[in-house]
Design a protein around this ligand. Structure first.
Ligand code: CA
Length: 389
Protein backbone atom coordinates (compact mmCIF):
# COMPACT_ATOMS: atom_id res chain seq x y z
CA UNK A 1 0.00 0.00 0.00
CA UNK A 2 2.82 2.34 0.88
CA UNK A 3 4.40 1.75 -2.48
CA UNK A 4 1.13 2.19 -4.28
CA UNK A 5 0.64 5.45 -2.51
CA UNK A 6 4.14 6.59 -3.45
CA UNK A 7 3.64 6.04 -7.16
CA UNK A 8 2.16 9.37 -8.00
CA UNK A 9 1.64 11.12 -4.72
CA UNK A 10 4.81 12.98 -5.55
CA UNK A 11 2.90 14.85 -8.18
CA UNK A 12 2.24 17.43 -5.56
CA UNK A 13 2.97 16.25 -2.08
CA UNK A 14 6.47 14.89 -2.31
CA UNK A 15 8.09 18.18 -3.01
CA UNK A 16 6.18 20.19 -0.48
CA UNK A 17 8.14 21.96 2.18
CA UNK A 18 6.46 22.61 5.49
CA UNK A 19 2.93 23.06 4.34
CA UNK A 20 1.34 26.33 5.23
CA UNK A 21 -2.13 26.30 6.69
CA UNK A 22 -4.35 24.95 3.98
CA UNK A 23 -6.50 27.60 2.46
CA UNK A 24 -10.06 26.42 2.69
CA UNK A 25 -11.76 29.66 1.77
CA UNK A 26 -14.12 29.57 -1.17
CA UNK A 27 -12.36 30.69 -4.29
CA UNK A 28 -13.82 33.35 -6.50
CA UNK A 29 -14.20 30.79 -9.23
CA UNK A 30 -16.28 28.62 -6.93
CA UNK A 31 -18.73 31.32 -6.00
CA UNK A 32 -21.51 29.65 -8.00
CA UNK A 33 -24.26 27.78 -6.13
CA UNK A 34 -23.27 24.73 -4.10
CA UNK A 35 -22.72 21.60 -6.17
CA UNK A 36 -25.59 19.22 -6.60
CA UNK A 37 -25.01 15.62 -5.65
CA UNK A 38 -25.44 12.57 -7.84
CA UNK A 39 -24.27 9.01 -8.25
CA UNK A 40 -21.99 7.68 -10.95
CA UNK A 41 -22.28 4.03 -11.86
CA UNK A 42 -19.16 2.15 -12.86
CA UNK A 43 -18.41 -1.11 -14.59
CA UNK A 44 -14.98 -2.67 -14.35
CA UNK A 45 -13.11 -3.32 -17.58
CA UNK A 46 -12.08 -6.95 -17.62
CA UNK A 47 -8.55 -7.69 -16.58
CA UNK A 48 -6.22 -6.23 -14.05
CA UNK A 49 -3.26 -4.07 -14.86
CA UNK A 50 0.04 -3.24 -13.19
CA UNK A 51 0.19 0.44 -12.27
CA UNK A 52 -2.04 1.59 -15.13
CA UNK A 53 -1.72 5.30 -15.85
CA UNK A 54 -3.85 5.87 -18.96
CA UNK A 55 -6.44 4.31 -21.27
CA UNK A 56 -7.45 5.27 -24.78
CA UNK A 57 -8.64 3.90 -28.13
CA UNK A 58 -7.75 4.47 -31.76
CA UNK A 59 -10.34 6.47 -33.71
CA UNK A 60 -13.36 4.34 -34.61
CA UNK A 61 -11.90 1.28 -32.88
CA UNK A 62 -13.75 -0.76 -30.25
CA UNK A 63 -10.55 -1.92 -28.56
CA UNK A 64 -9.15 -0.29 -25.44
CA UNK A 65 -5.44 0.31 -24.89
CA UNK A 66 -4.22 0.52 -21.30
CA UNK A 67 -0.83 2.09 -20.56
CA UNK A 68 1.17 0.56 -17.71
CA UNK A 69 3.71 2.81 -16.05
CA UNK A 70 6.58 0.31 -16.27
CA UNK A 71 6.49 0.49 -20.06
CA UNK A 72 3.80 -1.80 -21.41
CA UNK A 73 0.61 -1.20 -23.35
CA UNK A 74 -2.13 -3.82 -23.01
CA UNK A 75 -5.03 -4.39 -25.41
CA UNK A 76 -8.57 -5.06 -24.21
CA UNK A 77 -10.47 -6.69 -27.05
CA UNK A 78 -13.90 -8.31 -27.10
CA UNK A 79 -14.11 -8.09 -23.33
CA UNK A 80 -10.78 -9.61 -22.43
CA UNK A 81 -7.20 -8.44 -21.99
CA UNK A 82 -4.85 -9.99 -24.51
CA UNK A 83 -1.89 -11.75 -22.89
CA UNK A 84 0.66 -10.30 -25.29
CA UNK A 85 1.29 -6.57 -24.83
CA UNK A 86 0.72 -4.25 -27.78
CA UNK A 87 4.08 -2.69 -26.93
CA UNK A 88 6.73 -3.42 -24.30
CA UNK A 89 9.49 -0.84 -23.95
CA UNK A 90 10.07 -1.51 -20.25
CA UNK A 91 13.79 -2.11 -20.86
CA UNK A 92 14.07 1.51 -22.00
CA UNK A 93 11.86 3.08 -19.32
CA UNK A 94 12.75 4.34 -15.86
CA UNK A 95 9.58 3.80 -13.86
CA UNK A 96 8.47 4.78 -10.38
CA UNK A 97 7.34 7.93 -8.65
CA UNK A 98 6.33 10.28 -11.44
CA UNK A 99 8.50 8.58 -14.02
CA UNK A 100 7.60 5.86 -16.48
CA UNK A 101 5.57 5.33 -19.61
CA UNK A 102 3.02 8.05 -18.96
CA UNK A 103 0.64 8.10 -21.94
CA UNK A 104 0.03 7.27 -25.59
CA UNK A 105 -1.84 8.89 -28.47
CA UNK A 106 -3.09 7.42 -31.72
CA UNK A 107 -2.60 9.51 -34.83
CA UNK A 108 -5.94 10.79 -36.20
CA UNK A 109 -5.16 8.81 -39.38
CA UNK A 110 -4.07 5.73 -37.42
CA UNK A 111 -6.29 3.50 -39.51
CA UNK A 112 -4.25 4.27 -42.62
CA UNK A 113 -0.77 5.09 -41.25
CA UNK A 114 -0.61 2.92 -38.11
CA UNK A 115 1.25 5.59 -36.16
CA UNK A 116 0.98 6.13 -32.44
CA UNK A 117 2.98 8.21 -29.99
CA UNK A 118 4.25 7.52 -26.50
CA UNK A 119 5.61 9.79 -23.78
CA UNK A 120 8.05 8.15 -21.37
CA UNK A 121 10.96 8.71 -19.01
CA UNK A 122 14.10 7.10 -20.37
CA UNK A 123 16.79 5.35 -18.33
CA UNK A 124 18.58 8.66 -17.90
CA UNK A 125 15.47 10.25 -16.41
CA UNK A 126 14.71 12.42 -19.44
CA UNK A 127 11.45 12.79 -21.37
CA UNK A 128 11.15 11.15 -24.77
CA UNK A 129 8.21 11.32 -27.14
CA UNK A 130 8.52 8.62 -29.76
CA UNK A 131 6.44 7.42 -32.66
CA UNK A 132 5.82 3.72 -33.25
CA UNK A 133 3.91 1.86 -35.95
CA UNK A 134 1.56 -1.05 -35.67
CA UNK A 135 2.78 -4.37 -37.12
CA UNK A 136 0.97 -6.66 -39.57
CA UNK A 137 -0.86 -7.95 -36.51
CA UNK A 138 -3.29 -5.22 -35.45
CA UNK A 139 -2.91 -6.20 -31.80
CA UNK A 140 0.88 -5.87 -31.71
CA UNK A 141 3.07 -2.89 -32.46
CA UNK A 142 6.36 -3.06 -34.34
CA UNK A 143 8.79 -2.50 -31.47
CA UNK A 144 11.61 -1.77 -33.94
CA UNK A 145 9.72 1.07 -35.60
CA UNK A 146 10.55 3.74 -33.01
CA UNK A 147 11.30 7.24 -34.19
CA UNK A 148 12.35 9.94 -31.73
CA UNK A 149 10.00 12.89 -32.09
CA UNK A 150 11.40 15.05 -29.31
CA UNK A 151 13.66 14.49 -26.30
CA UNK A 152 13.64 16.91 -23.37
CA UNK A 153 16.18 16.87 -20.56
CA UNK A 154 14.73 16.63 -17.06
CA UNK A 155 16.72 18.23 -14.23
CA UNK A 156 14.76 16.45 -11.45
CA UNK A 157 12.76 13.25 -11.24
CA UNK A 158 9.36 14.87 -10.64
CA UNK A 159 7.03 17.11 -12.68
CA UNK A 160 7.41 15.37 -16.01
CA UNK A 161 3.99 16.29 -17.30
CA UNK A 162 3.27 13.18 -19.29
CA UNK A 163 0.38 13.47 -21.71
CA UNK A 164 0.55 13.45 -25.49
CA UNK A 165 -2.72 14.10 -27.27
CA UNK A 166 -3.87 15.24 -30.69
CA UNK A 167 -5.87 18.43 -30.74
CA UNK A 168 -8.91 19.13 -32.85
CA UNK A 169 -6.50 20.86 -35.25
CA UNK A 170 -4.60 17.62 -35.86
CA UNK A 171 -1.52 18.89 -34.02
CA UNK A 172 0.24 16.92 -31.30
CA UNK A 173 0.11 18.58 -27.88
CA UNK A 174 2.64 17.64 -25.20
CA UNK A 175 2.13 18.70 -21.58
CA UNK A 176 5.46 19.45 -19.94
CA UNK A 177 6.02 19.96 -16.21
CA UNK A 178 8.41 22.57 -14.88
CA UNK A 179 11.25 20.09 -14.46
CA UNK A 180 10.64 19.35 -10.82
CA UNK A 181 12.11 19.85 -7.38
CA UNK A 182 9.66 22.30 -5.74
CA UNK A 183 8.67 25.86 -6.50
CA UNK A 184 10.26 25.82 -9.95
CA UNK A 185 13.79 26.74 -8.78
CA UNK A 186 15.04 27.22 -12.34
CA UNK A 187 12.16 29.46 -13.38
CA UNK A 188 11.18 27.25 -16.30
CA UNK A 189 7.47 28.08 -16.17
CA UNK A 190 7.97 31.71 -17.14
CA UNK A 191 11.00 31.12 -19.39
CA UNK A 192 9.75 31.17 -22.97
CA UNK A 193 13.02 29.64 -24.11
CA UNK A 194 12.58 26.51 -22.00
CA UNK A 195 10.42 23.57 -23.08
CA UNK A 196 9.69 22.73 -19.43
CA UNK A 197 6.61 24.18 -17.73
CA UNK A 198 4.81 24.50 -21.06
CA UNK A 199 2.16 23.17 -23.36
CA UNK A 200 3.92 22.27 -26.60
CA UNK A 201 2.25 22.01 -30.01
CA UNK A 202 3.93 20.35 -32.99
CA UNK A 203 2.93 18.98 -36.38
CA UNK A 204 3.96 15.33 -36.76
CA UNK A 205 2.10 14.68 -40.00
CA UNK A 206 4.17 16.52 -42.58
CA UNK A 207 7.86 16.01 -41.94
CA UNK A 208 9.93 13.80 -39.64
CA UNK A 209 10.33 14.16 -36.80
CA UNK A 210 8.04 17.23 -36.73
CA UNK A 211 7.46 20.71 -38.03
CA UNK A 212 6.34 23.89 -36.31
CA UNK A 213 2.67 24.66 -36.94
CA UNK A 214 1.60 28.06 -38.13
CA UNK A 215 0.11 30.00 -35.30
CA UNK A 216 2.54 28.97 -32.57
CA UNK A 217 3.36 32.18 -30.69
CA UNK A 218 7.11 31.93 -31.27
CA UNK A 219 6.91 29.98 -34.53
CA UNK A 220 9.82 31.88 -36.07
CA UNK A 221 11.98 31.44 -32.96
CA UNK A 222 11.78 35.07 -31.89
CA UNK A 223 10.96 35.56 -28.22
CA UNK A 224 10.69 31.90 -27.33
CA UNK A 225 10.98 28.29 -28.44
CA UNK A 226 8.94 27.60 -31.58
CA UNK A 227 7.38 24.46 -30.06
CA UNK A 228 5.78 26.45 -27.22
CA UNK A 229 2.01 26.92 -27.30
CA UNK A 230 1.31 28.09 -23.72
CA UNK A 231 3.55 28.98 -20.77
CA UNK A 232 3.33 29.14 -16.98
CA UNK A 233 2.40 25.53 -16.20
CA UNK A 234 3.67 23.60 -13.21
CA UNK A 235 2.76 20.00 -13.94
CA UNK A 236 -0.09 19.55 -16.43
CA UNK A 237 -0.34 15.80 -15.85
CA UNK A 238 -3.60 15.56 -17.79
CA UNK A 239 -5.41 17.85 -20.22
CA UNK A 240 -8.27 17.40 -22.69
CA UNK A 241 -10.01 18.99 -25.66
CA UNK A 242 -13.76 19.32 -25.92
CA UNK A 243 -14.64 18.61 -29.54
CA UNK A 244 -18.02 20.34 -29.30
CA UNK A 245 -16.91 23.68 -27.88
CA UNK A 246 -13.25 23.73 -28.90
CA UNK A 247 -12.17 24.36 -25.31
CA UNK A 248 -8.88 23.11 -23.88
CA UNK A 249 -9.03 21.96 -20.25
CA UNK A 250 -5.69 21.79 -18.45
CA UNK A 251 -5.53 20.30 -14.96
CA UNK A 252 -2.34 21.76 -13.51
CA UNK A 253 -1.02 20.20 -10.33
CA UNK A 254 -0.29 22.71 -7.57
CA UNK A 255 2.60 23.16 -5.18
CA UNK A 256 1.55 23.27 -1.52
CA UNK A 257 -1.89 24.77 -1.42
CA UNK A 258 -3.93 25.01 -4.59
CA UNK A 259 -4.87 22.74 -7.48
CA UNK A 260 -6.26 24.30 -10.63
CA UNK A 261 -8.16 23.68 -13.83
CA UNK A 262 -7.67 26.08 -16.71
CA UNK A 263 -10.30 26.25 -19.45
CA UNK A 264 -9.69 28.39 -22.50
CA UNK A 265 -10.38 28.22 -26.22
CA UNK A 266 -7.89 25.76 -27.69
CA UNK A 267 -7.26 28.21 -30.51
CA UNK A 268 -5.82 30.89 -28.18
CA UNK A 269 -2.05 30.93 -28.67
CA UNK A 270 0.55 32.06 -26.18
CA UNK A 271 -1.47 32.12 -22.97
CA UNK A 272 0.45 32.45 -19.71
CA UNK A 273 -1.14 30.27 -17.03
CA UNK A 274 0.82 31.95 -14.29
CA UNK A 275 3.20 29.48 -12.60
CA UNK A 276 5.40 30.25 -10.67
CA UNK A 277 4.13 33.77 -10.18
CA UNK A 278 0.85 32.28 -9.07
CA UNK A 279 -0.42 29.00 -7.68
CA UNK A 280 -4.09 28.70 -8.51
CA UNK A 281 -5.75 32.04 -7.82
CA UNK A 282 -3.13 33.12 -5.28
CA UNK A 283 0.25 34.72 -5.60
CA UNK A 284 2.84 32.02 -5.03
CA UNK A 285 5.07 32.50 -1.98
CA UNK A 286 4.17 36.15 -1.81
CA UNK A 287 1.38 38.37 -0.56
CA UNK A 288 1.23 40.26 -3.83
CA UNK A 289 2.24 39.78 -7.44
CA UNK A 290 1.72 41.26 -10.88
CA UNK A 291 -1.18 39.46 -12.54
CA UNK A 292 -0.96 41.41 -15.78
CA UNK A 293 -1.13 39.10 -18.75
CA UNK A 294 -1.80 35.99 -16.68
CA UNK A 295 -4.71 33.66 -17.38
CA UNK A 296 -6.52 32.67 -14.19
CA UNK A 297 -7.85 29.16 -13.60
CA UNK A 298 -11.58 28.57 -13.94
CA UNK A 299 -11.57 26.22 -10.95
CA UNK A 300 -9.13 25.93 -8.11
CA UNK A 301 -9.39 23.96 -4.91
CA UNK A 302 -7.28 23.85 -1.80
CA UNK A 303 -5.56 20.97 -0.07
CA UNK A 304 -8.01 21.22 2.80
CA UNK A 305 -9.88 17.96 3.18
CA UNK A 306 -6.98 15.83 2.01
CA UNK A 307 -6.61 16.89 -1.61
CA UNK A 308 -3.06 16.91 -2.97
CA UNK A 309 -2.94 16.60 -6.74
CA UNK A 310 -5.62 17.26 -9.34
CA UNK A 311 -6.32 14.44 -11.81
CA UNK A 312 -7.78 15.97 -14.94
CA UNK A 313 -10.35 14.09 -16.97
CA UNK A 314 -12.46 14.72 -20.04
CA UNK A 315 -15.63 16.44 -21.15
CA UNK A 316 -18.28 13.80 -21.61
CA UNK A 317 -19.42 13.67 -25.25
CA UNK A 318 -20.55 10.07 -25.36
CA UNK A 319 -24.03 8.92 -26.32
CA UNK A 320 -24.79 6.59 -23.43
CA UNK A 321 -25.52 9.08 -20.64
CA UNK A 322 -27.22 12.27 -21.89
CA UNK A 323 -27.57 13.53 -18.30
CA UNK A 324 -23.84 14.28 -18.11
CA UNK A 325 -23.35 15.66 -21.63
CA UNK A 326 -20.87 18.51 -21.61
CA UNK A 327 -19.64 17.83 -18.08
CA UNK A 328 -15.91 17.93 -17.45
CA UNK A 329 -14.94 15.27 -14.92
CA UNK A 330 -11.95 15.47 -12.61
CA UNK A 331 -10.62 14.05 -9.39
CA UNK A 332 -7.86 14.42 -6.85
CA UNK A 333 -5.24 11.74 -6.46
CA UNK A 334 -5.22 11.80 -2.65
CA UNK A 335 -8.83 12.68 -1.90
CA UNK A 336 -10.32 10.25 -4.41
CA UNK A 337 -13.58 12.13 -4.97
CA UNK A 338 -15.24 12.66 -8.35
CA UNK A 339 -16.54 16.06 -9.42
CA UNK A 340 -17.74 17.69 -12.63
CA UNK A 341 -18.85 21.02 -14.02
CA UNK A 342 -19.96 22.51 -17.31
CA UNK A 343 -18.76 25.64 -19.04
CA UNK A 344 -21.34 28.11 -20.25
CA UNK A 345 -20.39 31.40 -21.89
CA UNK A 346 -16.93 31.17 -20.39
CA UNK A 347 -18.13 30.55 -16.84
CA UNK A 348 -18.29 27.49 -14.62
CA UNK A 349 -21.80 26.23 -14.03
CA UNK A 350 -23.71 23.14 -12.91
CA UNK A 351 -21.07 21.88 -10.48
CA UNK A 352 -21.70 18.37 -9.25
CA UNK A 353 -20.22 16.16 -6.55
CA UNK A 354 -20.54 12.51 -7.44
CA UNK A 355 -20.65 9.53 -5.19
CA UNK A 356 -19.48 6.18 -6.48
CA UNK A 357 -17.88 3.02 -5.21
CA UNK A 358 -14.46 3.53 -3.63
CA UNK A 359 -11.87 2.70 -6.25
CA UNK A 360 -8.81 4.11 -4.48
CA UNK A 361 -6.39 6.56 -5.99
CA UNK A 362 -7.63 7.90 -9.32
CA UNK A 363 -4.53 8.33 -11.41
CA UNK A 364 -6.14 9.23 -14.74
CA UNK A 365 -9.23 9.29 -16.87
CA UNK A 366 -9.55 8.00 -20.40
CA UNK A 367 -11.91 8.32 -23.35
CA UNK A 368 -12.80 5.54 -25.76
CA UNK A 369 -13.51 6.00 -29.45
CA UNK A 370 -17.20 6.61 -28.79
CA UNK A 371 -16.55 9.33 -26.26
CA UNK A 372 -17.44 7.15 -23.28
CA UNK A 373 -15.31 7.85 -20.21
CA UNK A 374 -12.96 5.60 -18.30
CA UNK A 375 -11.43 5.98 -14.87
CA UNK A 376 -8.01 4.49 -14.20
CA UNK A 377 -7.41 3.38 -10.63
CA UNK A 378 -3.85 3.10 -9.48
CA UNK A 379 -4.61 -0.19 -7.79
CA UNK A 380 -4.80 -1.82 -11.21
CA UNK A 381 -8.40 -1.58 -12.32
CA UNK A 382 -9.95 0.42 -15.13
CA UNK A 383 -13.64 1.39 -14.95
CA UNK A 384 -16.18 2.59 -17.48
CA UNK A 385 -18.70 5.21 -16.47
CA UNK A 386 -21.95 3.53 -17.47
CA UNK A 387 -24.61 5.65 -15.79
CA UNK A 388 -25.47 8.66 -13.67
CA UNK A 389 -28.40 9.22 -11.36
CA1 CA B 1 -1.92 28.78 -13.11
Amino acid sequence: MLRAYAILALLACGDSQARTAADSTTRASDASPAPTVGTIHLEQVSGSFRSPVYATSPPGDARLFVVEQAGRIKVVKDGRTLPEPFLDISSRVRSGGEQGLLSMAFHPEYRSNGWFYVNFTDRSGDTRVERFKVSANADVADAASSLLIIGIDQPYSNHNGGLVMFGLDGMLYIGMGDGGSGGDPRGNGQNRNALLGKMLRINVSRTEPYSIPQGNPYANGAGGKPEVWAIGLRNPWRFAFDRQTGLLYIADVGQNQLEEIDVEPASKAGLNYGWNIMEGNSCYNSSSCDRDGLTMPKVSFSHAGGACSVTGGFVYRGARIPAIAGHYFYSDYCAGWLKSFRMQNGAVTDRRDWTMENIGHIVSFGEDSRGELLIVSEGGKVFRIIGAS
